[in-house]
Design a protein around this ligand. Structure first.
Ligand code: SAM
Ligand code: DTB
Ligand code: SF4
Length: 328
């Protein structure tokens, strides 16, 4: 496995003729995975809106006037009922998200309880709760958490255009605590925020230089939500060419061969043909279920029909690459 990618090398991958890029991505994908299996994660927002952070893409920031209503922390029973439904529909992982800068006090303890119950249902558990201290990471691990999602969102340079209330280094620190406590990392970013190809290559470089690579790499296509700066300011107005999104998936696949690359937010607006190209480019994970956190996702029936057309199968409880045998 390579961890010493340079940004120039990664930008050169982006610039390959499309067919060559797709061929390399398929070769890499097939060397590490069954190319017809896709991992299914279902998301639930357990604490929505009212977030103090200023992430310019986020409908849940209290700083922007969006249609998202703030909610208190959801009751455990509701969360477990949603996890049960997700499992019945075929999801192997349940991911709970909270619009927090960081978890605190009793709410954190309640979330740990939820995680233990999700684990008791024989599902993989993932959480995204903001920044963590080393102690909180240890507590999550002890509750049975398998994955922690914390995205870099963009490359370090463009990041400053998007978020001012939390530094890039603070994000890296949280990821360090997750790793040090033996959990798998889910870490990716958002494209389509007006960044350049160099910035996209910079984001993939940051991810591909992590050793070990994040086991799960969500590539989100920006969902432009009315009221957020990325939807309102002309600086962010340019929509990303769909081929550039597919290229980003392929470059992530080539540089992080054994990671699950997730075709994440933005899928609702993608045609079946575009999603098929993303799978061909090496995406082997999706968010599955009608909602992401606050915005709509493709509905499950639609996904099942697409899987049938493409001969894809849901992956059952994949073993994270960190726990796979070396050279296996
Ligand atoms: N508050 C926690 C945090 O920021 O770490 C957890 C929840 S936050 C909503 C999780 C991730 O969702 C963000 O890091 C971002 O990558 C993604 N996200 C949020 N809004 C999005 C949007 N409009 N389009 C695409 N991805 C988005
Ligand atoms: C990730 O990378 N994408 C998910 C998940 N991790 C938590 C969230 C997408 C959110 C899209 C906007 C919304 O629904 O609020
Ligand atoms: Fe808050 Fe997370 Fe949204 Fe940023 S991305 S505003 S931290 S919920």
């Amino acid at each position: 496995m390579r961890y010493n990618w340079s940004i120039d090398e990664i930008e050169a991958l982006f610039a390959l003729p499309f067919n060559d890029l797709m061929f390399r991505a398929q070769q890499t994908h097939r060397a590490h995975f069954d190319a017809n299996e896709v991992q299914l994660s279902t998301l639930l927002s357990i604490k929505t809106g009212g977030c103090p952070e200023d992430c310019k893409y986020c409908p849940q920031s209290a700083r922007y006037n969006t249609d998202v209503e703030s909610d208190l922390l959801m009751k455990k029973e509701q969360v477990i009922a949603a996890a049960k439904t997700a499992k019945e529909k075929g999801a192997s992982r349940f991911c709970i998200g909270a619009a927090w800068r960081e978890p605190k006090g009793r709410a954190f303890e309640l979330v740990c309880d939820m995680i233990s119950e999700i684990k008791a249902m024989d599902m993989e558990a993932c959480a995204t709760l903001g920044m963590l201290t080393p102690e909180q990471a240890a507590r999550l691990k002890a509750s049975g958490l398998d994955y922690y999602n914390h995205n870099l969102d963009s490359d370090p340079e463009y990041y400053k255009e998007i978020i001012s209330t939390r530094t890039y280094d603070e994000r890296l620190d949280t990821l360090k605590h997750v790793r040090a406590n033996g959990m798998s990392i889910c870490c990716g970013g958002i494209v389509g925020m007006g960044e350049s190809r160099r910035h996209r290559a910079g984001l993939v470089t940051q991810l591909a230089r992590m050793n070990p690579h994040p086991e799960s790499v969500p590539i989100n296509m920006l969902v432009k939500v009315a009221g957020t700066p990325v939807a309102e300011d002309t600086q962010f107005a340019d929509d990303l060419d769909p081929f550039e999104f597919i290229r980003t998936i392929a470059v992530a696949r080539i540089t992080m061969p054994a990671s699950h690359v997730r075709l994440s937010a933005g899928r609702e607006a993608m045609s079946e043909q575009m999603q098929a190209l993303c799978f061909l480019a090496g995406a082997n994970s999706i968010f599955y279920g009608e909602k992401l956190l606050t915005t709509d996702n493709q509905d499950a029936n639609h996904d099942q029909m697409l899987f049938e057309k493409l001969g894809l199968r849901p992956m059952q409880n994949p073993v994270p690459s960190s726990r796979r045998m070396v050279n296996a």
